[in-house]
Design a binder for this molecule. Sequence first.
Ligand code: ZN
Length: 254
Amino acid sequence: MIPKKATFVIAVLIGLAVGCSAPQSTAESQSPKEEAPEEAEQTELAVVREVMTQEGQTTLTPAQALQKLKDGNERFVRGELSNRVHSAQVYATAAGQFPYAIVLGCVDSRAPAELLFDTELGDIFNARVAGNFVNDDILGSMEFATAAAGAKLIVVMGHTACGAVKGSCDNVQLGNISSLVNNIRPSVEALTPDGETCSSSDVERVDAIAAHNVARTLAQIRERSEIISELEQKGTVKIVGAMYDLATGKVTFQ
Ligand SMILES: [Zn+2]
């Protein structure tokens, strides 16, 4: 059983999150104490963050969408993640979503986009594959996110010390990992001088290959998706690359 007072607070939180007024007190909670949330509860109400609305998504520019991610990452780095009530955000987004960005990142367990950009539920699409490269399905997801769902920003985010890049560097041949790492090989070959062999122990080269892979992926998006390329040319959508530093939590946009 959830205590009556807790139920009341949750109902108020949900009301705030969807932008409507707080619900009326029930017959069971008519006492003055129940009608006015205590100080601690009011503090909790003040930090509930609202989800993206259709109007918010429509009026947001691609540059503003990028700034939102930059601001969120700064909060993450400072250790000042926003307080939010996810149950209220579930309720507020149930009827529709208005995300402003799609982030293509690696599956690495230390690089979850929603967390390191401190986003609300429904703010971003998150496509993940080891090595953050594109294929037809990822491109289709990006086209859906932008042309159909209205997102203003595409971010391709690599990261330091990426296992997929190391695997490609070492040219690992094992099961389905072989085809995975082959997607990154052009970047390995571009940054490995003739006569040299790439080694995953070369930390600087591994990170340089990861950054090269991000830049190459951006070019592939523009080349292989006419829909996204046109949206970018019209200024409706911005496409940017980024690198996430596993050691600092900082995302650096290219
Ligand atoms: Zn990775």
